[in-house]
Design a protein around this ligand. Structure first.
Ligand code: APR
Length: 325
């Protein structure tokens, strides 16, 4: 999965590079800067002293020393004022310059903290949005796995505060231990709702329908990619799937993907709910209101929002697996 949102302590991550949210002196500080220096040991500060500081939005690289990561990329995010002093552009360039530097050092795995979202006061939900948008844009043209590291639950107030409408949508449908007829009725309503009825799902001819019956997941996926006029790479990148996994699916007609992978392709192909359900069935899964994961994905598809990174932010907020593979 090229872009992952994870809950972790960045100083423990054995990746090619971790990114430090530093200040322009590069001489250490509190927050994640302090944690990285403590974990790396004094040699890190000695090397930082030779760098002559770093301007906001730029990035410089050092070794990782005692850290499990090979490198530390020091970048400086903007101090939040009011959002009208170029903060967003500066934050985006901090991510972009860090990624360019990582690529220049042939890093395959990079972990970022939420830059500027602590001491520098950048509103956390906007800080995450800038991070996701910038990294996702970079990954369209680079092969790399990038982790956005959320340090702890309090560090990032997710769930009902950030996504109150999704929380309400889940409450209305989430099937508890027993089947809730109201929820099942709501599910049926969803499929008969005007948006569902208006979904473009041209009924295949009988011959097509019969031929599609014994289509495997892989065959249906490749057919849908052609029908959508997409290239393979466009589809798997949009699905947050790495090239290796896609070529496995492409070369093995009987390949059975995980549910997050199958769902990710349904989202990347922007399938309406009924066609998404068909694709899922080919992988041996079904949408279920006994699963918050399914309900959240259904929420976005029913609203025609196929931005997989926005969906993953919501899935992460509700402690669910992320879409991709
Ligand atoms: N692992 C991952 N993330 C962490 C860790 C950790 N060990 N410790 C803190 N964080 C998170 C915080 O929860 C926050 O979401 O890093 C994010 C960035 O917060 P800060 O470290 O405060 O960085 P920033 O807001 O960019 O402010 C930079 O703070 O530490 C000083 O020297 C630094 O002056 C600079 C300023």
């Amino acid at each position: 999965m090229p872009l992952q949102i994870v809950r972790n302590d960045i100083t423990t991550m054995a990746v090619d590079a971790i990114v430090n949210a530093a200040n322009e002196t590069l001489l250490g500080g509190g927050g994640v800067d302090g944690a990285i220096h403590r974990a790396a040991g004094p040699a890190l500060l000695r090397e930082c002293r030779t760098l002559g500081g770093c301007r906001t939005g730029e990035a410089k690289l050092t070794k990782g020393y005692r850290l499990p990561a090979r490198y530390v990329i020091h970048t400086v995010g903007p101090i939040w004022r009011d959002g009208r002093h170029g903060e967003r552009d500066l934050l985006a360039s901090a991510y972009r310059n860090s990624l360019e530097l990582a690529a220049a050092h042939r890093c395959r795995t990079v972990a970022f903290p939420l830059i500027s979202s602590g001491v520098y006061g950048y509103p956390k939900d906007q800080a995450l949005q800038v991070a996701v948008d910038t990294v996702a844009g970079f990954l369209l043209s680079h092969e790399m796995t990038v982790y956005l590291v959320i340090y702890d639950r309090t560090a990032y107030d997710f769930g009902t505060r950030l996504f109150p409408d999704i929380a309400a949508y889940i409450d209305d449908r989430y099937v508890s231990a027993h089947t809730d007829l109201r929820a099942e009725q709501a599910r049926r309503d969803l499929f008969t709702a005007p948006c569902a009825a208006a979904m473009p799902s041209a009924a295949p001819s009988l011959r097509e329908a019969v031929s599609q019956l014994d289509e495997s997941f892989s065959q249906m996926l490749l057919r849908k990619i052609d029908e959508a006029g997409m290239t393979d790479a466009q589809c798997y990148k949009k699905a947050n799937i790495d090239r290796k996994l896609f070529s496995k699916i492409r070369s093995d007609v009987h390949y059975k993907p995980s549910k997050p992978t199958a769902m990710a392709f349904a989202v990347a192909l922007e399938l309406p709910l009924d066609e998404a359900r068909d694709l899922l069935q080919k992988a041996g899964f079904a949408f279920s209101h006994a699963s918050k994961f399914d309900i959240i994905v259904e929420y976005f598809i029913a609203r025609g929002n196929y931005n997989i990174f926005e969906i993953n932010e919501a899935l992460f907020a509700f402690d669910q697996s992320l879409l991709g593979g």
